[in-house]
Design a protein around this ligand. Structure first.
Ligand SMILES: N[C@@H](CCC(=O)N[C@@H](CS)C(=O)NCC(=O)O)C(=O)O
Length: 182
């Protein structure tokens, strides 16, 4: 999504999770954790989606996407952590359970998911964007698994401000959809 929004040419290389291609020696050489995504940019090989967002924004996006002042940077970091912790352990894990039969505690993930979505909804009831007064990598990091929450049987109906934010993201130039997203 950020590659597209920044207008950067790129090639998407499929790695088959059902075939466990992410655990092959070739992929483990890129990412010893054996996960996706990985970004290769010349000599640079970067894994972890938040790290990839930071790299692309720092290299190509400028302060518009990743501010450098202490408060701006801290606020962005807070939402990147929120994506990695609260969103991953909530809606993302609930979806992985129901869509991909991942062996996890579904009830716990759904409870955590509702808490995370309620926190976002409360914040977005007084802010247009998560971190700053404009879209940043914080929004890109948190959007996909929040917007896919219903695939983990977490209803999005109670969260009016969150749904309005989804629509703002989906209207951004360069937005890239996928099945289940607007
Ligand atoms: N926090 C990491 C999570 C990476 C992750 O677990 N990715 C999933 C796909 S969304 C994966 O590769 N799963 C396969 C596996 O764990 O073997 C990130 O944001 O990059």
């Amino acid at each position: 999504m950020l590659l597209s929004m920044l207008g950067l040419e790129h090639t998407i290389v499929p790695i088959s999770l059902p075939d466990r291609e992410q655990k092959t020696p070739a992929h483990l050489a890129r990412n010893p954790l054996g996960t996706l995504p990985v970004l290769e940019d010349g000599e640079a090989v970067i894994y972890d989606s938040q790290a990839i967002l930071v790299y692309l924004a720092a290299k190509h996006g400028g302060a518009a996407w990743l501010p450098t002042d202490p408060i701006g940077l801290a606020t962005i970091s807070q939402w990147l952590s929120f994506a990695t912790n609260e969103i991953w352990n909530g809606p993302a894990i609930a979806r992985a359970c129901l869509r991909f039969k991942r062996d996890v505690d579904l009830d716990r993930a759904q409870v955590a998911g509702r808490t995370a979505l309620a926190v976002m909804d409360a914040h977005l009831s007084t802010h247009d964007w998560l971190a700053l007064d404009r879209p940043t990598i914080a929004d890109i990091a948190c959007y996909p698994y929040a917007a896919l929450a219903e695939e983990g049987e977490i209803s999005l109906a109670p969260y009016g401000a969150l749904n309005a934010w989804f629509k703002r993201i989906e209207a951004l130039p360069g937005y890239v959809s996928m099945p289940g997203l607007g």
